[in-house]
Design a protein around this ligand. Structure first.
Ligand SMILES: Nc1ncnc2c1ncn2[C@@H]1O[C@H](COP(=O)(O)OP(=O)(O)OP(=O)(O)O)[C@@H](O)[C@H]1O
Length: 379
């Protein structure tokens, strides 16, 4: 969900522009223009790094002065699960699955039990139905890869096969581990791209910054939504763009592509999601800077703005539609709507598999679901 400040700043700009000719438009939301916003309050709220629940809720559109001016239109049908020509049994199964997804989103799933996390009422323990579970006493990543990407060795270049599946996990560390595992299964030659890292000169960094923070140290840093210092790629690997490069060419943050050629200075790839599916594009290295204040400087990294995406975080999967999804819950979800987003990416129940890893390494059938009831109550 977009931070409410984005809408508020658009509102103020539009009012300014339109009131040039008609002064009273300064007092009307968006200067009287009709603006259509679409969203689902059961999904993940704006991301505030290390933010408290109050800060997260405060960043949502529901706490904006604009919210009271909106006319709400409710959509009731899950178009992702819509099927034509199905029999009564299939209809019932689809309907039950839809209701289960909604119950996860609303925080009232069956077998929803006592909250944990110091009795926080937002935390629920939910039991996942047996037919959705993957269990293994061996390598958990292998078990989930075998279920989500069956017969991978014969399909690792098959675009149709790759574009419709992904493994979702809660943190970037787990996602990187799964991507490394899968890239190792691809029998083509691996190419490594190293980034050029420096401290941005456009901030008030102290003069000794280069001595205090040598390049070797900068190379070890990683941030959310930021490419790695060493980017390992193979032809045939699916990648995701981490920045908007050219919206008119369909190269947006979150666009997925398949690598078709690995040059020294440019990567050739085919788009597999969005409005430009099938287009061949070339991705250059760009300068990226970190946001937020995790370090006392702004890191500037020149690298390809991409990440391998056999696996992605649940947050990054918001907006995607997939046929086969494996959800790896080694660490449980940690914010509102994450479990709902994870289980609602598929087009049918058969396409969803969940592996829950307990702290002792065994596979379980219960996991945490977090729902901020305040948000659902506002809407
Ligand atoms: N009117 C429709 N008829 C048939 N299929 C539809 C229709 N609208 C959407 N879909 C399908 O439903 C899926 C989800 O659509 P879309 O991504 O637009 O929804 P969304 O609300 O943005 O989803 P989410 O927020 O859950 O990611 C897509 O696969 C899309 O093709």
């Amino acid at each position: 969900m977009t931070n409410r400040q984005c809408f508020e700043s658009l509102d103020r700009s539009v009012r300014d522009i339109l009131s040039e000719k008609q002064e009273n438009l300064q007092n009307i939301p968006f200067g009287g223009k009709v603006v259509v916003l679409g969203g689902d309050p059961k999904q993940i709220l704006p991301v505030i790094e290390n933010g408290t629940k109050a800060q997260i809720i405060s960043a949502s559109i529901f706490r904006s002065y604009l919210w009271r001016h909106t006319k709400k239109i409710y959509l009731h049908e899950n178009m992702r699960l819509k099927k034509i020509a199905i029999n009564t049994y299939e209809y019932k199964e689809l309907n039950d699955f839809n209701n289960w997804i909604l119950s996860i989103g609303n925080g009232n799933a069956q077998n929803n039990s006592v909250s944990n996390e110091d009795d926080d009422p937002d935390y629920h323990i939910v039991e996942i139905p047996d037919d959705l579970l993957v269990k293994s006493t061996d390598n958990k990543i292998k078990a989930l890869v075998d279920t989500t990407f069956p017969d991978f060795k014969s399909n690792y270049t098959n675009i149709e096969y790759l574009k419709s599946r992904a493994i979702l996990a809660t943190t970037n560390e787990i996602v990187d581990e799964i991507n490394d595992y899968m890239l190792n299964l691809v029998p083509s030659i691996e190419k490594e791209y190293y980034s050029a890292d420096s401290i941005s000169k456009c901030t008030d960094t102290c003069n000794d910054a280069n001595i205090l923070y040598p390049i070797e140290y900068l190379n070890t840093l990683s941030a959310n939504n930021f490419p790695a210092h060493i980017l390992k790629l193979k032809i045939g690997a699916p990648i995701m763009l981490l920045r908007n490069l050219n919206q008119s060419l369909g190269l947006c943050n979150g666009t997925r592509l398949i690598v078709t050629n690995l040059g020294n200075n440019v990567i050739e790839a085919i788009i597999i999601t969005g409005t430009h599916i099938g287009d061949k594009v070339y991705i250059p290295r760009i300068n990226l800077t970190t946001q937020g204040s995790r370090w006392p400087f702004v890191l500037c990294r020149r690298q390809f703005p991409i990440k391998v995406c056999y696996s992605m975080t649940i947050n990054k999967s918001q907006g995607q539609t997939l046929s086969n999804v494996g959800v790896y819950l080694r660490k449980p979800v940690f914010t509102h709507g994450q479990l709902y987003v994870a289980v609602s990416r598929v087009k049918d129940k058969q396409g969803l598999k969940i592996l829950i890893e307990n702290e002792d390494g065994t596979c379980g059938n219960k996991t945490t679901n977090i729902v901020y009831k305040e948000i659902l109550d506002i809407v």
